[in-house]
Design a protein around this ligand. Structure first.
Ligand code: UD1
Length: 365
């Protein structure tokens, strides 16, 4: 029996490990798949609700690390994860995405000479000021197998000198998860609860430090939202970081009544809103991919994207941090100027199966 520990830490990790966990069930006689939750995200609405929505089993280990500076958070995860590795002595560690828990756990494994694999490898924004970019580059450089979602990732890894035999273009596990759950959102009461009509509202998420930690940028976000809210209802599930900053700067009460503020919401409700939105404005990584798969217009308020396929062939528009430009484009889209999009190669719901087959092949060779 081999043991693999998969790591989840922050919100975007849960929907990536859920389909991988399902895929591992076909090897359950040979592979013991354990899940370790670092506790980087700990609010029920940022964590527990995803375990329920995605039918993820309770994690085998919960490290309870919580918030802190980057060094504190990364360091605490490493200290706690090392104890788990020493106890379980797994054959492999699997990490996903680009959050602090991702680099912390792959680095801990590397120091103990335990091999790790990285799912969603090779993505590059080429902006080293983004904490996630540093996490991506470092995690890829110490991982044994690199599972890539889009062709740009293969190109990036090859340019960095990674040998071909480590790189596997397998598709997108987050899209596996979306495909698995989409039909379940058909009859949810979510739109009714928010009192919006399908295809006639705007969805917004905003949480990157570059957007929400600066006074002037936050004020511009409020201005943009109020202006769009003159035309359409806006639903805004607020990340804790964004809420804290809007409240401390007394900006939250200045939002138009057509901006419906909510706590962070669960996976199913969010998917229901996303597939029915006329437009989403976001600075998230994953939502750029989910909206491209669903053919929903997406404005990304970032200077760079590590997911260029969503702009090249999908429905994503990258506008930089210029929110006046975002506002202007939002009005054009709402007036009918929509970009048509295609679904990227191998985003077909089978990425997790490909990944576990490759891992099993390597483990039992
Ligand atoms: C993290 C990831 C980011 C990802 C995002 C998704 C890193 C470097 N960043 O950013 O890539 O897009 O998750 O949400 O790993 N907080 C709570 N409750 C929680 C979690 C956080 O109140 O459950 C507050 C804390 O006060 C914390 C702040 O939110 O200071 C930020 O949390 P943190 O985990 O440091 O980073 P995120 O901004 O969530």
């Amino acid at each position: 029996m081999k043991t693999i520990i998969s790591v989840v830490g922050a919100r975007p990790n849960f929907m990536k490990v859920a389909p991988i966990h399902i895929a591992f069930q076909k090897y359950r006689d040979k592979i013991n798949h354990l899940v370790c939750h670092t506790g980087q995200h700990y609010d029920a609405k940022m964590s527990k609700i995803f375990f329920e929505d995605l039918q993820l089993p309770e994690p085998d280990y919960y490290l309870g690390v919580g918030s802190g500076t980057h060094a504190e958070q990364t360091g605490k995860v490493m200290i706690e994860f090392e104890k788990i590795l020493l106890k379980e002595k797994p054959d492999l560690v699997l990490v996903v995405g680009d959050v602090n828990s991702t680099i912390a756990c792959s680095l801990t494994a590397a120091k103990l000479h335990i091999k790790s694999v990285h799912v969603e490898a090779g993505l590059r924004s080429f902006d080293r000021e983004m904490p996630e970019e540093v996490n991506r580059v470092l995690t890829d450089s110490i991982s044994e197998l690199l599972f890539v979602t889009e062709k740009s990732g293969v190109t990036n890894l090859k340019k960095e000198g990674v040998p071909d035999e480590k790189i596997f273009f397998v598709g997108n596990v987050m899209i596996d998860n979306l495909i698995h759950h989409l039909a379940q959102t058909d009859h949810l009461p979510t739109l009714k609860e928010f009192n919006v009509e399908p295809g006639n509202f705007v969805l917004i998420t905003m949480h990157r430090p570059s957007n929400v930690d600066s006074d002037s940028q936050l004020k511009k976000i409020v201005h943009m939202l109020n202006s769009i809210a003159g035309n359409r209802k806006i639903i805004f599930p607020i990340h804790p970081r964004t809420r804290k900053n809007l409240e401390s700067k007394n900006l939250i009460d200045g939002l138009n009544v057509n901006v419906i503020l909510t706590e962070p919401i669960g996976y199913m409700d969010f998917l229901c809103l996303l597939r029915n939105a006329e437009l989403i404005i976001t600075d998230s990584g994953g939502i750029q991919e989910e909206s491209t798969y669903l053919g929903v217009q997406c404005i990304t308020t970032r200077k760079t994207t590590e997911r260029p396929v969503t702009v090249e062939i999908g429905t994503n528009h990258l506008v930089g941090d210029d929110l006046e430009k975002a506002e202007q484009l939002a009005f054009e889209i709402l007036n009918g100027k929509k970009k048509s999009g295609q679904i990227p190669e191998l985003w077909d719901g089978k990425a997790s199966d490909r990944i576990v087959d490759i891992i099993a092949d390597k483990l039992f060779k």
